[in-house]
Design a binder for this molecule. Structure first.
Ligand code: GYE
Length: 304
């Protein structure tokens, strides 16, 4: 009987969304490091945030006959046909950091955070911070139709639902990027009396928050005090902003989704054991009380 397949025998095709945020760049570098460590031949494809490019990449991987496919699906829908093609080719698919609306028998597992919980942690922080003060919140949503944008919105709304003094008064996608986050925040500030009506910003990722912080400063306001800033990812730059008093809280998302994914794949290849349908990564709240510059030093250079 052939020895158990070690990772060194594996070729894995990885369809990455793009490099829209610091967190995404870190996930890419960590995935490449994990592959290198395990001597996996990783075929990398950057989709520049376009679903059609991801579908094309998956078809290329199927044609190449890779042993497995990893994909971070840019949006939740539109995957059934190509996932069925991978299944017909008996190529297991593992989803990284985002989910899909497709039958669970079309993928092996999804390695991701509990994104509803992330939004709830962010909302709970704001509830605690504002007490019974009236607080109008503006929201920068992630990519429209992506599971983190849908779930983080729901979690935050769940957290503030029973607090009538806290309301989301404006909400728009910033597509998870700094540039768009800044642009949309500029619009919010103009529409809300130069920002005087805004008590807090909830951004679905730190990159949009960092862009928005720039806009708040250019409007002559103090981010972190005039407008509280809470976001998700825990990338190094948000800790720099926190140390400067310009951001207040972030919810950590590990960029290492590939480690658990490779572990599940190796186990399956070795003895046929299937992983659970969901492998959920931890979420941790960081605030200005957590020595932000120390965290910044620990995180910088990890590929962000
Ligand atoms: O929060 C953001 C990236 O899919 C959960 O995508 C991930 C999100 C992450 O653009 O920075």
């Amino acid at each position: 009987m052939a020895g158990a397949a070690s990772a060194a025998d594996l070729t894995v095709g990885f369809s990455q969304i793009g490099s829209e945020s610091g967190w995404r760049a870190a996930e890419t570098s960590v995935t490449k490091q994990e592959a290198e460590k395990r001597k996996v031949d990783l075929k990398f494809a950057d989709a520049q945030q376009k679903q059609e490019n991801q579908i094309k990449a998956l078809r290329g991987f199927i044609a190449q006959g890779v042993d497995a496919i990893f994909i971070a699906p840019v949006v939740e829908t539109g995957w059934d046909t190509v996932l069925q093609e991978a299944k017909d080719a008996e190529i297991p698919v593992i989803l990284l950091d985002r989910g899909v609306k497709a039958s669970p028998d079309l993928y092996m597992t999804v390695v991701a955070s509990d994104q509803v919980h992330e939004g709830k942690v962010a909302g709970d922080w704001l509830v605690k911070d504002v007490g019974d003060k009236t607080c109008n919140v503006v929201e920068l949503q992630g990519t429209t139709g992506s599971s983190p944008a849908i779930n983080r919105k729901k979690g935050f709304e769940d957290a503030i639902a029973s607090h009538a003094n806290i309301k989301i008064t404006r909400s728009q996608t910033g597509d998870f990027t700094r540039a768009k986050g800044k642009e949309v925040m500029e619009g919010f500030l103009k529409a809300e009396n130069g920002g005087k009506n805004i008590c807090a910003l909830y951004a679905h990722n730190d990159d949009m928050a960092v862009g928005a912080i720039q806009a708040i400063k250019e409007a002559g306001l103090k981010p972190g005090t005039d407008i509280k800033v809470v976001s998700i990812d825990a990338v190094p730059d948000i800790f720099q902003a926190m140390a400067a008093g310009e951001a207040n809280a972030t919810v950590e998302l590990t960029p290492n989704m590939a480690g658990p994914a490779f572990d599940a794949l190796e186990k399956f290849k070795a003895d046929g054991t299937l992983p659970p349908k969901q492998i959920i990564t931890e979420s941790k709240l960081y605030t200005q009380a957590d020595d932000p510059m120390k965290v910044y030093e620990e995180k910088k250079g990890l590929g962000y």
